[in-house]
Ligand binder design. Sequence first.
Ligand SMILES: NC(=O)c1ccc[n+]([C@@H]2O[C@H](COP(=O)([O-])OP(=O)(O)OC[C@H]3O[C@@H](n4cnc5c(N)ncnc54)[C@H](OP(=O)(O)O)[C@@H]3O)[C@@H](O)[C@H]2O)c1
Length: 403
Amino acid sequence: MAALTLHHHHSCLQASGHLSRRLYHPVFSSFPRNHVKDLNFRLNPTDFSSFSLSTRGTVFAVRALSTTVVVEESPEKKKMVKGIRVYEHGGPEVLKWEDVEVGEPKEGEIRVKNKAIGLNFIDVYFRKGVYKPASMPFTPGMEAVGEVVAVGSGLTGRMIGDLVAYAGNPMGAYAEEQILPADKVVPVPSSIDPILAASIMLKGMTAQFLLRRCSKVERGHTILVHAAAGGVGSLLCQWANALGATVIGTVSTNEKAAQAKEDGCHHVIMYKNENFVSRVNDITSGKGVNVVYDSVGKDTFKGSLACLKSRGYMVSFGQSSGSPDPIPLSDLAPKSLFLTRPSMMQYNETRDELLECAGEVFANITSGILKARVNHKYPLSRVADAHADLENRITSGSVVLLP
Ligand SMILES: NC(=O)c1ccc[n+]([C@@H]2O[C@H](COP(=O)([O-])OP(=O)(O)OC[C@H]3O[C@@H](n4cnc5c(N)ncnc54)[C@H](OP(=O)(O)O)[C@@H]3O)[C@@H](O)[C@H]2O)c1
């Protein structure tokens, strides 16, 4: 058997490989144009009478009849990989480990074989139906690092074997392989381990846009970070400390308090048994903080507003304890507060924004400003356990799933 690759070259097909002259047959130029790019197939060099080739998710049977070549569409055998599928919203038990179909990359797409997948609280929202997936069933997951194994047409600069990372849309990272738009991935520096990269892509880029763009934290600022030992929280504390801010963090356990201190929290509040509003008041001598980064939502939102100084920023970027109750706009007036509900997706809309954001995260990892805490690893097949632990506040730092 010889492996050949057909390329669309000007208006006809060109085959590369041992049999290029034999396959350079005029009939191939009559393939529909959109079917003839980057075809990969195998055939027996001694028997050119019949073979099949597959392109763009369709398999064609090819038969040579004297001078005529007949090309017919034939039912394709789909490529299957192991992954997670959710058929109905609910608890961790709705995460089903199954064979899932992965197609061929279309124009502008790549197929990636995942090496490590990041677990994020947003995956819980989609599983439970707090956020609605585009369709059911769906494969969750919004962060992964893997190796490029196939490249669609129209792409330059992406090579099979490249190590790439992505975070955000499209959903579908909980699988051994997935199709991604090439413009959503970034190359991973060779100095950064793939598991580590998967643990900081989404969380690190979230910390970047929150501290550097949403409300700009500067030397001399005092900030409050809820869930300071969590995935995003840990990186927020480290980064804000490096920017010269005084960091106050809330956590639920002594272990998490110790971690938050190591991560640069100047003051740690145990918000399960301490009133964080009065503690912040004491720590800031009644002045309040410049910014609150609140991902806990329902349980902390109102108290967070009370912790702010005049013209302070209330950054409500998550709802791990449930959606905050609505407040009247007039609640912001006494201190002229700013209130925002940001999402990373809108801060990394363009390719340039994505590259800059990821670049800053990788640079901070390399320079040691950020220390990724890969505190938990689970096999992807046991992601239900990982979800249960994340929801039950058992985890700290980042959780990575291994396919
Ligand atoms: N807007 C965005 O673009 C964006 C991007 C990324 C993440 N986020 C949000 O940021 C938050 C953190 O995400 P993450 O993936 O890094 O998760 P995480 O912080 O590692 O986990 C959530 C943490 O929240 C705390 N928590 C407080 N009340 C809770 C409750 N009732 N149930 C569960 N946890 C509770 C727990 O810490 P303690 O035990 O210390 O209380 C828990 O460990 C999430 O709300 C997520 O949606 C938003």
